[in-house]
Design a protein around this ligand. Structure first.
Ligand code: NAI
Length: 506
């Protein structure tokens, strides 16, 4: 098989370097691994050999494949040994001067055609290449941890990166069974930038008393269909590591409020509550299986609901209500609200548009309002989240709960915070993704692919926004900005343009 790069040098035998070396060797490349620490490269290769042999013993790979991969891995005694490498990937300490010095040395050792790739997650590719004789040879190949398992590689173009160099990096990714997404060197590239609201919004709900940690995680998982809630994910990543990324992106964007870190997180890091690795973060490990709070008391199951809406966002829920044998009286023309509204018993249930239930009741002159958080799929969701307004009666809450009980859907009550939990999160993810596209960081398909593969989102944020409706996404942001006075909710120009033109991202 002919490969784009036959001989690959990897520098830095830590978590990422060892993983990248394994990936390249498994694809058939001869790999030389080097580390400034004496013996580190050989030790990393030995550990990789153990991993491969264990996989072979379990039947996940053949013994021949394991042996062949191990035979292709070697430890380089010094940098001079990289003279015959077609590609060098550096995964050393995250420090600009160290990376520049290293690439300068490599230019004196490697052929002029050798591609110099950096696995940096936060340093500008343009800055790393500055001052080199051949800056056009420098490209970002940003792998995700653990490199052998994560499918995504962001192939990052610096200002001077030659397109042909990026194309070769992409060809190698394909041979290495990775999905490459091309992007421009900007702070956080795609994933570390677009994912910021997933943390930021959960912290704001927590700090505003909207819900506690396990409830926010539960709603993001069960209602939003995210694989992990924000806080369990933070415990896994490490609160310190995540805070460092947040601060680096925030500072790089001149402290734009979109990326503002959370004081709660800062305080926890200061206290050494770092997550799983320190035994305690938002949860204490080993974690006790949490029992979600039972749905609140339900009233009598309804026999009829009124559906008042101009939007079709709640149509799948209406179908479910009909399938449960409950009569639906559709009065679309009477909708005083816009985003989707139901009446059951005494309760008026409004799909959240970024306003609180109390605010909707006041502004629309309605009584007994509850807001309903956006579910990823109302046709199948097993849980919904509701918030009641200040003046909403207990019996209205019971009527709303009774409707969902009749559908076999659990109800989680959350505080009356704007945008609830899922709606504000998906609107902000879409907003950030839209801005990344607007600024030419990557195209819409690239952003969506990166978010699905890099952070395992169930759906790309832009495809999700198209499905939820751009008018609703925009309304959530507009109302949250008005409610909080926080500029972080300002709407991306591209999101607005697509909405006004009835367009879509996908
Ligand atoms: P690590 O600390 O596990 O490994 C770094 C290795 O580089 C160490 O073994 C160290 O001895 C060696 N090293 C440091 N300076 C060196 C030099 N001048 N020459 C040769 N070897 C040197 O670090 P990790 O986590 O593997 O990160 C490496 C790079 O990958 C960083 O740029 C980091 O930002 C990036 N990255 C890290 C990810 C992660 O989740 N850990 C994910 C994606 C990128």
């Amino acid at each position: 098989m002919s490969l784009t790069f036959n001989t690959v040098g990897v520098i830095g035998a830590g978590t990422m370097g060892a993983g990248i070396a394994q990936v390249a060797a498994q694809a058939g490349c001869r790999v030389k691994l080097f580390d400034a620490r004496e013996g580190a490269a050989a030790a990393a290769n030995a550990k990789t050999a153990d991993t491969l042999n264990a996989l072979a013993a379990k039947g996940k790979i053949t013994a021949e494949a394991a042996a062949a991969t191990i035979s292709r891995l070697s430890a380089a005694p010094d940098l001079a040994d990289f003279h015959d490498c077609d590609l060098v990937v550096e995964a050393i300490v995250e420090n600009l001067d160290a990376k520049r010095t290293l690439f300068k040395s490599l230019e004196g050792i490697c052929a002029p055609t050798t591609v110099l790739a950096t696995n940096t997650s936060s340093i500008s590719i343009t800055a790393i290449a500055a001052g080199l004789a051949r800056p056009e040879n420098v490209v970002g190949m940003h792998f995700f941890n653990p490199a052998p398992l994560m499918a995504l590689v962001e192939v990052v173009m610096g200002q001077q990166t030659a397109p042909a160099v990026a194309e070769r990096a992409e060809a190698a990714c394909a041979e290495w069974k990775k999905t490459a997404v091309r992007c421009k060197s900007t702070p956080g590239f795609i994933v570390n930038r677009v994912a910021r609201p997933y943390y930021g919004e959960a912290f704001r709900v927590l700090e505003a008393g909207g819900a506690d940690v396990p409830t926010i995680d539960l709603v993001l998982r069960d209602v939003g269909a995210f694989k992990l809630g924000t806080f369990e994910l933070l415990d896994l990543i490490g609160l310190d590591v995540n805070l460092m990324v947040t601060k680096s992106v925030w500072n790089a964007y001149y402290q734009d409020s979109r990326f503002r870190p959370s004081l709660t997180q800062e305080e926890m890091v200061a206290g050494g509550l770092l997550g799983r690795k320190s035994g305690r973060g938002f949860y204490t490990y080993p974690v006790e299986p949490a029992t979600p709070a039972p749905s609140p008391a339900a009233g009598t199951a309804p026999t009829m609901v009124q559906y008042l809406t101009e939007s079709d966002a709640l149509d799948p829920l209406i179908e479910r209500i009909k399938a449960a044998g409950i009569k639906v009286q559709s009065r679309k023309e009477d909708d005083p609200y816009g985003a989707g509204m139901l009446r059951t018993g005494n309760a008026t249930i409004c799909l959240t548009d970024g306003r609180t239930a109390t605010q909707i009741a006041f502004e629309e002159d309605l009584t007994n309002v509850l807001t309903l958080d956006l579910a990823r799929d109302f046709a199948t969701t097993k849980r919904v989240a509701l918030a009641k307004g200040e003046d909403t009666t207990t019996s209205a809450v019971a009527d709303a709960v009774a409707l969902f009980k009749a559908l076999g859907v659990e109800v989680t009550m959350v505080g009356d915070v704007p945008g609830m939990i899922v709606a504000r999160t998906v609107a902000m993810l879409a907003n950030e993704a839209a801005d990344a596209v607007l600024q030419g960081v990557a195209d819409a398909a690239g952003v969506d692919t990166a978010m699905k593969l890099g952070v395992s989102y169930p759906e790309g944020p832009l495809a999700a926004a198209d499905r939820y409706g751009l008018t609703l996404m925009n309304a959530v942001l507009v109302n949250m900005q008005a409610h909080t006075g926080d500029d972080r909710y300002r709407q991306s120009l591209l999101l607005q343009r697509k909405m006004w033109s009835d367009g879509s991202f996908t």
